[in-house]
Design a protein around this ligand. Sequence first.
Ligand code: MN
Ligand code: MN
Length: 465
Amino acid sequence: METKSAWLKYDEAGKKEIFFFNEGYKAFLSKCKTERECVTEAISQAEKLGYKNLSDIIENGQILQAGDKVYANCMGKALAIFIVGKASMEKGMTILGAHIDSPRLDLKQNPLYEDGGLAMLDTHYYGGVKKYQWTALPLAMHGVVAKKDGTIITISVGEDEHDPVFGVSDLLVHLSATQLDKKGKVVVEGEDLNLNVGNIPSLDEKEPVKKAILQIIKEKYGFEEEDFLSAEIEIVPAGAARDYGFDRSMIMGYGHDDRVCAYPSMKAVFDLGESKEPVPERTVLCLLVDKEEIGSVGATGMQSRFFENTVAELMNATGTYTEIGLRRALANSKMLSSDVSAAFDPNYPDVMEKKNAAYLGNGLCFNKFTGSGGKSGSNDANAEYLAEIRKVLDAEHVSWQTCELGKVDQGGGGTIAFIMAKYGMEVIDSGVAVHNMHAPWELVSKVDVYEAYMGYLTFLRNIGL
Ligand code: MN
Ligand code: MN
């Protein structure tokens, strides 16, 4: 089955709408470079639209009704946004899920040292990265420092044009004879991803540059060296997302994986909750999770009980919680587990099987299965569920394509889909195709972002009815 460019569907007014939607996405992507920043921004947008914090509802013993809008914040790094539906929750929810963590460099717990007259910060990379891609480019620092007295200091340096930036040096080509003979994997090694953060010495005899940098940190940000011990500071590419191509059809930005699915998922739920829309039949949920890039681990990753506990709390707040009711709500749910797909790249055609590759501009992607080495680690969605999705999306003329992550035995990858499938719900991998996946600057087509949004909205309105 050949798919066509989704751009062909749109006249000038339609293209204007696509570009307008993507301005919102670009702003989100430029502003939210960490999972915490995504959660903060999503809550801020949700509250403006009347969403209430589920923990306040619980504390006040309030009873939720159909049409009520709530969110549940998991440690500031994962978020569930609900609209309570008219039907009993036992009938199942309609769920959009995506992850909001992205590959990056994390500061170590004891990061700061001095060498060669430079103050340096040692990092440990997060997620799957080609390490050589993270040298010789402007990097920004985002995160939090938690002090013993309970205060949390928020750090964001390198995004404003007047801010300084940081960076990992690369070896000059003139002296790279040995390095360039190495395998790509070890051209730049993980332990060598050290960030240069300063050069002016203090008058101290020992580690004068490091001391001077600590003085600046203390004055500007109010913390001491030992506070790095309880900090989460992420080093990410500095700068805003930008239009790409003469026709401005694409966006280059950091962290499309997976904010390019998170943003339209969140927007679709928000727009469904608008007063002109009827109250949805089934309870809808946008789930934004952390730690996907390192196996969905931890309390804020998809493997945590946060999701299940939150659904139990929500049922309880609607006055319908029972253990069997919860199990039914989970099993009867239907989900799009959204994550980026690899788009066909004319520079690297050999890793793709053209009939089953995603193409930039051809719409929302569906991966029946992901995984590697004979679908290992995959969810492999049910044919019946795919048929239901085809029917619903085609009725609304949403552009979509099916795809695989590259040729058989070329590599592969996993998502959160198989974790949700454990509840016995219908779930399929969907999402937006990208170039440069996991590189500092990734690329998407604006029409795919828009088709994702339209597809998600259509899914929420029509699936499971
Ligand atoms: Mn992803
Ligand atoms: Mn990824």
